[in-house]
Write a protein that binds this ligand. Structure first.
Ligand code: BES
Ligand code: MN
Ligand code: ZN
Length: 506
């Protein structure tokens, strides 16, 4: 992980220096006013590094740059001066359009990308930088410099290793919050990017247990197939039954002394989704190693709560299975008896996520009796049809809970949009000879999946939220703080939200 640290002054050896040009207020950002441009230039002139600016042209260049920041309103734009003959060979001027955490996160990400190929970067920060601003900047720097490679000729020698943050005071608390969050996002990305030949349910359970052992106060229990049979986890067993690599049910517990609330997080953990007997096509299947992104996110967020010693009790439940097709695979028409006894007719073996989540939700409701229950899942292709690539679907009958989660996501840089849980739609889920069917043909696929899950929340219906994160779990390209591939979506939102739960009363 990139080494980020504070310093009071620019190190003598610095060759690449970035200056964050932050606007004090929205009004002051009006760069059509020439006075503001010269103000900004004056401000820069006072900085030690200004000697590094080329003489003569800089006010125009600066004005043009500031105007761009203002008019395009685009956070994360960086202007570069190359000075081959100067000790500071590259000077980066980063515009922070509005002084909001999200802008600073974009700025951090943009700087990490601009500094690619450099060993070190120094960033000069405004004297009045706030805690959330620093947190955003640091998260951006870390998240954008993540990489994953299994290439035989992978060369990581030319990567950014250290960023020195020059600031009047060291903002250690937000830096640590950012460090933990970013490292856990990277854990989720690593697990999700890992190909499914390696990533069996057993492997995934072992990786998570290993990470948990590095933290104090976290316990992990892993149920193996025999145990799942004994306790009646019919959904997990049905979905995992087609694979030679058996399912697991992982329970992670962070139980600090004096915790207020108890939060249960459930994450879909399909290590590969072929669709089963209702097999997917080639295109629909090729990225299905990401189908455990929900499990990775809730595990990583729970470990983050432990690493930060947040005073909130968190239990993460990860039903892990590979949805394969074979002679032992579940068939359409089979009936699953879930944990707790609810029965479901399998209409489509590709609607497997809801079958494993159903067991976990019932386990949470019957055995754990938490204060609040949240699940994350790469549940439906319909989710991305509805909301596009970068927005998850949020469902809850509890307005306050939905607002809390959405607000946490906004701060964290992860967007959610609420979709409805219409009661009358749920009638289509009634089975002929069973309680439920796992798939319908009435459209609204993401909503129908959410309604199916709601049937398993018992008396927690009003204390439950579901997030369908199918689309944002993956990015086709590097984009801001996202790197190509797994995004680790959900970790940041959950960490923010858990911070607020720590101060809430049970
Ligand atoms: N894992 C998929 C959903 C998915 C699709 C996630 C694309 C990410 C990207 C899920 O198990 C699935 O196959 N859902 C079906 C449900 C249908 C059979 C009712 C779908 O969306 O087609
Ligand atoms: Mn599926
Ligand atoms: Zn799936």
């Amino acid at each position: 992980m990139l080494d980020l640290r504070f310093a009071r002054a620019v190190p003598r050896s610095a060759t690449v220096v970035a200056v964050a040009v932050a606007r004090q207020t929205a009004d002051a950002a009006d760069v059509s006013d020439a006075a503001d441009v010269s103000d900004a230039a004056d401000e820069l002139a006072e900085l030690d590094v200004l000697g590094t600016l080329p003489t003569g042209t800089e006010p125009d260049e600066l004005a043009a740059f500031l105007r761009e920041v203002k008019h395009k309103g685009k956070a994360g734009s960086v202007h570069t001066w190359v000075r081959p003959l100067h000790p500071v060979t590259r000077l980066l001027l980063a515009g922070v359009a509005n002084r909001e955490e999200a802008d600073w996160r974009s700025t951090g990400a943009a700087l990490a990308r601009k500094a690619k190929g450099e060993d070190r970067l120094t960033v000069l920060l405004p004297p009045d930088l706030t805690d959330p601003e620093l947190r955003g900047l640091a998260e951006g720097l870390w998240l954008a410099s993540y990489r994953f490679s299994l290439a035989s000729d992978d060369d990581d020698s030319r990567k950014l290793r250290r960023v020195t943050l020059v600031a009047a005071t060291a903002l250690d608390a937000p830096l640590e919050a950012a460090r933990t969050t970013a490292s856990m996002v990277m854990l989720a990305r690593d697990l999700t990017n890992t190909p499914s030949d390696r990533k069996t349910p057993e492997w995934l359970a072992r990786q998570i247990s290993r990470e948990a052992r590095t933290l104090t106060g976290v316990t992990v229990t892993v149920r193996e197939p025999a145990q799942l049979v004994a306790e009646g986890f019919g959904g997990v067993l049905a979905v995992g039954g087609g694979s030679e690599r058996g399912p697991r049910f992982v329970e992670i517990s962070w139980r600090p002394r004096g915790a207020g609330r108890h939060v249960v997080l459930v994450g879909k953990g399909i290590t590969f989704d072929t669709g089963g007997i209702c097999i997917k096509g080639r295109d629909g299947m090729k990225l299905m190693r990401k189908d455990m992104g929900g499990a990775a996110a809730v595990a990583a967020a729970t470990l983050a709560a432990a690493a930060r010693k947040l005073p909130v009790r968190v239990t993460a439940l990860l039903p892990l299975a590979e949805n394969m097709l074979s002679g032992s695979a579940m068939r359409p028409g089979d009936v699953v008896r879930h944990y707790g006894g609810i029965t479901t007719e399998v209409r489509n073996t590709d609607a497997e996520g809801r079958l494993v989540l159903a067991d976990a939700l019932q386990y949470a409701v019957r055995r754990l009796r938490p204060d609040v229950l949240v699940d994350l899942a790469t549940l439906t292709g319909a989710q991305s049809v509805a909301l596009g690539k970068r927005t998850a679907a949020l469902y809850s009958d509890n307005e306050a809970l939905a607002d809390e989660l959405r607000a946490a996501g906004t701060e964290a840089g992860e967007r959610m949009w609420r979709l409805p849980l219409h009661d009358d739609y749920a009638d289509a889920l009634d089975g002929d000879d069973t309680d439920l069917v796992n798939s319908t043909e009435i459209g609204g696929g993401s909503i129908m999946a959410a309604l199916f899950l709601r049937e398993f929340t018992g008396d927690y219906r009003d204390r439950w939220a579901h997030v369908d994160m199918s689309a944002p779990a993956w990015s086709d390209k590097a984009d801001g703080d996202l790197t190509k591939g797994a995004t680790g979506w959900g970790v940041r939102t959950l960490v923010r939200w858990l911070e607020t739960q720590a101060s809430a009363t049970a």
